[in-house]
Design a protein around this ligand. Structure first.
Ligand code: KIV
Ligand code: ZN
Length: 502
């Protein structure tokens, strides 16, 4: 069996489906270019029929990316396939990923259909997609809960119809590793013609077994793994790219390789986390802040004597710069530029100058500037194009007094001011904002997070505001959490589709 594992990255499709993680086309291109640099074989760029934005992103990513195959998702429906083929017209290498649910739950409740009809629809979709592209991947949704005998019939039929890759998703993250591995082996052993297609894993992490299941699939014959950076994805997420790649690099005895340039893993992880406003849990394998931090005395002693005592991966192998200089108010532009590039962000001179000015302001308030702060600063630059901007905010609050806020904002350059009282400083500030932007807006979700440690830390605020039947996601970051909250609210407002906001 071939010993190369193809890495199929679905950060921009399954990952991007997560509420709050939506990217615009420019940001998606940035991620796609990073994935190309990382060395992924396939980029799933979107689900083109789902929205004009998704369609456009697939078109633009196809133009921007040279080496990886660009893949577009469809249902087993002709109009989806036509739109996907159209979106891929500029791709140098293209793939249509079509499929249908094959578990009895899907057949009975989702489609009100029969097993035979599902096979017919699957075959018809693959044949139809073959009219547009040579490379057609078929997914058997909820394959994890599909019985192996029937799944083998479906796979045999679609391979015969021309599918080049067959994806076996554990859509609900239900399988045990042994069970999922046995499923892949069953297909290898029982599907006539399986040598004409690559078997792909696509595991979700609902029970924390996505990586274990993917590895079980690979050990039993799958040669493509569908993954996302940082394991992002709906619910508990998808299999993490970095985990699968580093398992294979660490376990040489498996004799399976990928094309991934592992030294770009960390910058890519930071870029995705920053752009999607999705923090990485500190103890996340490979890319978490603590992944290589030995804090217990016994470990530190062992690592100092011989690093292999407690460390199985050299942090440099995943692009973590151990000698990373902590930036302070005395750091120059060059140090900031270097740190940003380690974190995967290459800024133009003009943008770097703006971020540097913000950096100096923050460094005045905070002794040490960490990677997360820098990402926020570089990301904060994205708000420069906002039509609604906060000019100033003054809040009085405390114990035994009612909070009062005075707020000044500009809307496409025009200045507005308001003051309001509230039952807390955030409430007062948002009431003042609502006096100016007098719309029926409802705050649905509000999360405050500190970026690292210390009372001088930057606070990140994630918000969801419902307006006119739509939910908008906003983000703000500031050492003042009241200001961060108002910034996040204003970020939501900037995404409203109305021409005139006032
Ligand atoms: O989890 C899943 O089944 C999927 C398919 C659409 C490939 O994401
Ligand atoms: Zn999925």
């Amino acid at each position: 069996m071939d010993n190369k594992l193809f890495i199929f990255d679905t950060t921009l499709r399954d990952g991007e489906q997560v509420p709050g993680c939506q990217l615009n086309t420019v940001e998606k291109i940035e991620v796609a270019k990073k994935l190309e640099q990382l060395g992924v074989d396939v980029i799933e760029a979107g689900f083109p029929i789902s929205s004009p934005g998704d369609f456009n992103s697939v078109v633009e990513i196809s133009k921007a990316v040279t080496w990886p195959t660009i893949c577009a998702l469809t249902r087993a429906v002709e109009k989806d396939i036509i739109v996907a083929a159209d979106s891929l017209k500029y791709a140098k290498r293209k793939r249509i990923h079509t499929g249908i649910g094959t578990s009895d739950y899907h057949i009975k409740y989702k489609f009100n259909s029969t097993r035979e009809e599902i096979i017919e629809q699957a075959v018809a979709a693959v044949k139809f997609a073959k009219k547009y592209v040579d490379d057609v991947e078929f997914y058997a949704e909820d394959a994890g809960r599909t019985d192996n005998e029937y799944l083998a019939r479906v796979v045999e039929a679609v391979v015969k119809a021309g599918a080049t890759v067959v994806n076996i998703p554990d859509t609900t993250g239900y399988c045990l590793p042994e069970e999922y591995g046995a499923k892949i082996k069953y297909l290898c052993d029982h599907v006539a013609g399986i040598e004409n297609a690559v078997i792909s894993t696509h595991c979700h992490n609902d029970l924390g077994m996505a990586t274990a299941n993917t590895m079980a699939g690979v050990i039993n014959g799958a040669r493509q793994a569908e993954v996302t950076l940082n394991g992002i994805g709906e619910r508990a997420g998808n299999t993490s790219l970095e985990e699968v790649v580093m398992i294979l690099k660490s376990h040489k005895e498996l004799n399976i390789d990928t094309n991934i340039n592992t030294r770009t893993i960390y910058p890519a992880s930071r870029m995705v986390s920053g752009l999607m406003n999705m923090p990485v849990q500190p103890n996340k394998a490979i890319v978490g802040r603590n992944a290589f931090a030995h804090s217990s005395g016994i470990h530190q002693d062992g690592v100092l004597k011989n690093v292999q005592t407690y460390e199985i991966i050299d942090p440099k192998d995943v692009g973590i710069d151990e000698n990373s200089i902590i930036l302070t108010a005395r750091s120059g532009r060059a140090a900031l530029k270097h740190r940003l590039s380690v974190l995967g962000m290459e800024l133009s001179q003009e943008k770097l100058d703006k971020v540097y000015q913000e950096f100096l302001k923050l460094a005045d308030r905070k002794k040490e500037i960490h990677d997360d702060d820098i990402m926020v600063l570089a990301g904060a630059d994205r708000s420069l194009n906002h039509r609604v901007k906060v000019d100033y905010l003054q809040v009085t609050s405390g114990v035994g007094v009612r909070s009062v806020a005075a707020l000044g904002i500009s809307v496409t350059g025009e200045k507005f001011e308001a003051a309001a009282e509230g039952n807390g400083p955030v409430d007062a500030a948002i009431k003042a904002l609502k006096k100016i932007i007098n719309r029926q807006m409802t705050l649905k979700e509000f999360t405050i997070q500190a970026i690292s440690k210390g009372s001088d830390d930057v606070g990140k605020v994630h918000m969801q505001v419902e307006y006119n039947g739509n939910c908008y996601y906003g983000f703000g970051a500031n050492t003042d959490i009241i200001a961060a909250s108002v910034e996040a609210y204003v970020d939501c407002i900037n995404k409203f589709r109305d021409e005139n906001i006032i």
